[in-house]
Design a protein around this ligand. Sequence first.
Ligand SMILES: Nc1ncnc2c1ncn2[C@@H]1O[C@H](COP(=O)(O)OP(=O)(O)OC[C@H]2O[C@@H]([n+]3cccc(C(=O)O)c3)[C@H](O)[C@@H]2O)[C@@H](O)[C@H]1O
Ligand SMILES: Nc1ncnc2c1ncn2[C@@H]1O[C@H](COP(=O)(O)OP(=O)(O)OP(=O)(O)O)[C@@H](O)[C@H]1O
Ligand SMILES: NC(=O)CC[C@H](N)C(=O)O
Length: 593
Amino acid sequence: MPQLRLALAQIDSRVGDLAGNADAVVDHTRRAAEGGAHLVAFPEMMLTGYPVEDLALRSSFVEASRAALTGLAARLAGEGLGSVPVVVGYLDRSEAGARYGQPAGAPQNAAAVLHEGAVVLSFAKHHLPNYGVFDEFRYFLPGETLPVVRVRGVDVALAICEDLWQDGGRVPAARAAGAGLLLSVNASPYERDKDDTRLELVRKRAQEAGCTTAYLAMTGGQDDLVFDGDSIVVGADGAVIARAPQFTEELLLVDLELPAAAEAPAGIVADGLRIDHRTVSAEPVPAYEPAHPGNVAPATGDEEEIYGALVMGLRAYVRKNGFRSVLIGLSGGIDSALVAAIACDALGPENVHGVSMPSRYSSDHSRDDAAELAERTGLPFRTVEIEPMFAAYMGATELTGLAEENLQSRLRGTLLMALSNQEGHIVLAPGNKSELACGYSTLYGDSVGAYGPIKDVYKTTVFKLARWRNEHATERGGTPPIPENSLTKPPSAELRPDQVDTDSLPDYPVLDAILERYVDRDEGHAQIVAAGFDDDLVTRILRMVDTAEYKRRQYPPGTKISPKGFGKDRRLPITNGWRETGAHDTAPGSGLG
Ligand SMILES: Nc1ncnc2c1ncn2[C@@H]1O[C@H](COP(=O)(O)OP(=O)(O)OC[C@H]2O[C@@H]([n+]3cccc(C(=O)O)c3)[C@H](O)[C@@H]2O)[C@@H](O)[C@H]1O
Ligand SMILES: Nc1ncnc2c1ncn2[C@@H]1O[C@H](COP(=O)(O)OP(=O)(O)OP(=O)(O)O)[C@@H](O)[C@H]1O
Ligand SMILES: NC(=O)CC[C@H](N)C(=O)O
């Protein structure tokens, strides 16, 4: 059996940075070639970054991507790397006329095989995802071939991400074409527990394709998305051969024993897919001692995985937007403490600036706990009293109740933005998913900022992550960052005397359980009540969620960790006359007609 040394470049790419991304391809191809690789693969849309959103609709960008691809092929050859075939994702346009509702020359989510200075083969993604955060039917025309490239005597069938997630198409076509390897290049956004789903998917598809299947994933972050990596290689029997760790760049080298290709297949192989077969090198690799049998990275626990995603998402956002440092209002509470810990891990504590902004209602512990957090982490810390500004407003206007409460939050927001302008740090918004769901934040107050690191994390998970981070401090070589008091005291906005969150909200475990059903699973009122929750409470919470849509739309972006983050995953009208009450709900099993 021929052996093929496959290199999977699980790396980051930056949307729009064609030159920088091409540099990364050249660097990693060189490393792969030095490692003796026979085939190197890069992620989906590596050259342009992913997702490019409406940049796909701009022909200047499409043409620049095409030019970058041919330029890259020439450059690889020019730098002595032309003999290693490289699979790389990019943005292309179709040569076809108008179809599937797309105009002639429509953009395509494509990948190409580069060899000896030329584009040997190019193809477009066949199955386009159009749910959740994806809108690929909005942009792309699907590809209709089964691309197969013969490398060192092995037929390698190629696919792009969603091609594996949907039934039919390239997976059965790879079997029909007798491929020796199915190689899929991906940009698969992180969601909690998605690694388990991916592993099962790749194992199932390998068995369906009847050949070893390699799934190469992107890593890094793009706005609210994190790409966690987790590249996987699975044998035809579904057994895992290699698996890369999450949240880190890695050049995964693996020696594969693969069947030699027979006569090149031709025609339509399956599901209407026409085979597009090219030969890069027909001669099998001479036998050699395998050096890379494949490592399988250990699985990570739930908290470790989520925390890793939050660190990666924040770091990517800050760095890719040209910033180095962030600013956080530190209240001594758990949310801002966790955000500060994440930021210190992402950017280094010297780049995380904390500000305590006490008001007349702030408790002593809020100041002390904020100062203790700064001491534990080593982040630069200062105190700015808001009392003089607050007194000036109160002297000039007659504010009471909520207006007076929110004024404090707004003064803090204004101060943070002023310091951001002055010193160049971007402001982090510390709101969690429970608060965003219920609208429990002040518009233009604590909701100001550039990025919301925990906006997709429910409060109950905030506590778990904070405890997990403290418990794992020693192995990270430091002190537990979060003061014990921030973990144990009752959450409070401290906008009026003795205020606690439970004045306005139920206990967080109950609140989060209801929110999880309504927000993440789209259950209706009757379904939630049938699950054992109090009818009036459910009505109240669902109403809070519905009427806070305007606030969420004005909230900064932040790392998605769930299948339904606030943003592209969950698109609801702001102006909305529909209210969930038991009377309207006709969910199966609700008992209501
Ligand atoms: N549909 C709509 N479209 C656009 N704007 C809309 C709107 N409905 C109301 N509004 C506007 O929104 C304003 C009300 O929103 P806003 O000013 O934010 O105020 P509001 O939501 O009434 O109050 C803020 C709540 O958040 C709590 N809070 C504040 C700060 C921190 C925390 C915490 O624990 O983290 C909690 C605070 O205790 C209070 O319960 C209205 O005055 C109105 O102008
Ligand atoms: N005294 C304060 N000094 C600095 N920032 C503050 C202060 N009070 C509130 N903030 C900012 O406003 C955000 C909202 O805080 P608030 O205390 O109202 O509720 P919270 O959602 O429980 O957050 P936390 O758990 O961080 O206290 C805080 O995370 C913090 O960034
Ligand atoms: N880029 C893609 O096609 C990703 C779609 C796929 N379902 C995933 O989330 O991994």
